[in-house]
Write a protein that binds this ligand. Sequence first.
Ligand code: CDP
Ligand code: CDP
Length: 226
Amino acid sequence: MEKGIRIAIDGPAAAGKSTIAKLAAETLGYTYIDTGAMYRAITYKAIRENINIGQAEDLAELLNRTEIRLVPSLSGQAVLLDGEDVSEDIRTREVTSSVSEVASHRQVREAMVERQQEMVKNGSVVMDGRDIGTQVIPDAELKIFMSASVEERAKRRQLENEKRGIPSSIEVLQQEIELRDKMDSEREVSPLKKAEDAIYIDTTRMTIEQAAGEIIRLARERIERA
Ligand code: CDP
Ligand code: CDP
């Protein structure tokens, strides 16, 4: 079989990246890789082991003795941390509020990028995150920068929490999203930013199917060209 293309999707929190990337990957028969889950998994382990997340060396040492695997599951993708399924544990508010600091350290990013580059080398992948088009796959055949208004993103997260039975305030969610976007965009090492050659998709008024459909259309154009 021919090697498929590599699709990089970046953008701020709750823009719809993982949901849309997953659907596009499924339709194309590609592998979906959620790099945010990798940063969340190491953050979760650091909290559990009482590691100081301000210490880059301690985190790098922790990463050295940590295996993170993303495997297909009924819900799309399960995250295995040293063999343990932590898919739910990595989505808590505690992890969410610490992950941007963990992800700001150069040593952490270098180790993660190396692992991620290994994961995409066979092509046929949709990978989402913050630095995929700029650092992880700078020569990706298709790059997307996905965003939506912060109000809409907070609303979507609130709905998601509601479905899980977690009541939450839209104002607080919006503040949390804005803070994380600020930290991710202003960090020194590979900040969140649109790659020059990325195609901008604003999902504020788009359904999941519409946005995935647009990515699939762009992907097919490139697959034909390849
Ligand atoms: O899904 P959500 O928008 O909540 O975030 P995520 O994709 O799970 O990513 C969690 C955090 O990991 C981000 O806020 C970034 O701090 C970090 N991250 C990163 O620095 N680089 C990536 N390629 C992916 C995530
Ligand atoms: O991965 P990222 O943080 O960018 O976003 P996500 O977790 O895929 O999406 C956040 C929430 O918005 C999910 O509950 C999606 O189902 C929802 N969503 C939506 O309602 N409409 C869209 N066009 C995109 C996402």
